[in-house]
Design a protein around this ligand. Structure first.
Ligand SMILES: [Zn+2]
Length: 129
């Protein structure tokens, strides 16, 4: 529950409790008057409604597990720790940049088929250091 909403509800509850007390005292002075006592009881019930709703929502919210969303973004550079340009694959025939769709992993190794020059070859794993 939001802080300001809770404050309003509790404030209203306290207001009705105080108002109810005034009516309760008024019903006995100077003479007992049932109609004023009834008003006092109604005011207490309204106050109870406000405060009760706060307690109800607070209980429900605390019972619900808090869902903490955490977004973790790992860049390729974080894992490799080097220059990303070095990891960029290029066709060894024409030097065109290759995307993942131009590369297939087969039994022979990494098969590259260049969409620019049409060259198809098995890529030799270049050392990363
Ligand atoms: Zn090529």
């Amino acid at each position: 529950m939001r802080g300001y909403l809770k404050g309003i509800l509790i404030g209203a509850g306290v207001f009705f409790v105080l108002l109810g007390l005034i009516f309760l005292l008024a019903s006995f002075t100077p003479d007992f008057q049932l109609s004023i006592l009834v008003i006092a009881v109604i005011l207490f019930l309204i106050a109870g409604g406000f405060i009760g709703s706060v307690i109800y929502v607070e209980k429900r919210e605390s019972a619900r597990p808090v869902n903490i969303q955490q977004k973790v973004e790992i860049k390729a550079t974080d894992l490799v720790g080097g220059d990303t340009r070095a990891q960029e694959m290029k066709c060894n025939g024409c030097g065109a940049p290759l995307s993942s769709k131009d590369i297939r992993i087969t039994d022979l190794g990494v098969l590259v088929s260049c969409p620019y020059c049409g060259k198809a070859y098995v890529m030799e794993e270049a050392p990363k250091w």
